[in-house]
Design a protein around this ligand. Structure first.
Ligand SMILES: OB(O)c1ccc2cc[nH]c2c1
Length: 241
């Protein structure tokens, strides 16, 4: 199954980067198909206008609905289809999570709508909700200048989970937030040399004792999660003794 990814933006060149690294390889292997579109291609005036002043007043400009609607008609179609996932990155969106990435990794089509200015006329999102499966998502409690960087981050989080993408899928099981880690943060990692600038690899990791190593790793995951992400912990994790 090939996952089709579409990106609607006034800066489509942001997505040229998807031709490199693993994502580029996935495209070559037919796992994903990437299409970036310039929203201004669906404007009809000399200045290729995509924005206008906000109704009700206020600072900045709002993206007009018309170009979005015409782009939707051409790129996605005019018939409802719940299998199409339309993602609007937004500071006011729901937090994007690893479980959301996992769910989206089985999608056949994902369309990223990258806003700019103060945002997109809300009727565009309402219309999209009437037609497709819509996700308004935020990467965190900070504001970017547009949706493109968020779309790239979400793309990477999703595509790396597509079956066949990662050479060694086992590595996914032990990552932060993965089910195999019970949603905990990943433990600290070490490799050779064993001693480096007076800093040594923890002895337990060189012991060859798999049970002790597993316990050390679990304890470290719990400690780090309790310290850095108490929001992810619950009574089951407790605090390592
Ligand atoms: O922080 B964000 O993810 C984000 C997303 C979309 C727009 C549109 C204008 N500023 C934006 C910020």
């Amino acid at each position: 199954m090939t996952m089709r990814l579409d990106y609607l933006s006034i800066f489509p060149a942001y997505f040229d980067v998807l031709d490199i690294s693993l994502l580029g390889k996935a495209a070559v292997n037919g796992l994903v198909e990437v299409h970036a579109h310039d929203l201004r291609d669906w404007t009809h005036d000399r200045h290729r206008t995509v924005d206008d002043t906000p109704c009700g007043g206020g600072a900045g400009m709002v993206m007009k609905p018309d170009p979005w609607g015409e782009a939707f008609d051409e790129i996605i179609g005019t018939e409802p289809d719940s299998s199409v996932h339309v993602i609007f990155p937004s500071p006011s969106g729901a937090p994007f999570t690893q479980s959301a990435a996992q769910e989206l990794s089985s999608a056949v089509r994902i369309v990223f709508c990258c806003g700019r200015y103060e945002g997109i006329d809300h009727r565009v999102i309402d219309y999209a909700r009437s037609m497709w499966t819509v996700h308004e998502v935020s990467l965190g409690d900070y504001v970017l200048n547009g949706g493109e960087v968020a779309a790239l981050a979400i793309t990477e989080a999703v595509v790396r989970l597509v079956p066949g993408f990662m050479g060694n899928p086992e590595s996914l099981a032990e990552e932060s937030f993965s089910a195999g880690q019970d949603g905990l943060l990943e433990y600290p990692l070490f490799t050779r040399p064993v001693s480096w600038r007076g800093l040594d690899v923890p002895e337990v990791l060189m012991s060859g004792h798999h049970g002790r190593i597993a316990k050390w790793r679990r304890d470290e995951s719990v400690r780090l999660t309790c310290e850095r992400r108490p929001d992810l912990t619950d009574s089951d994790f407790g605090v390592p003794h």
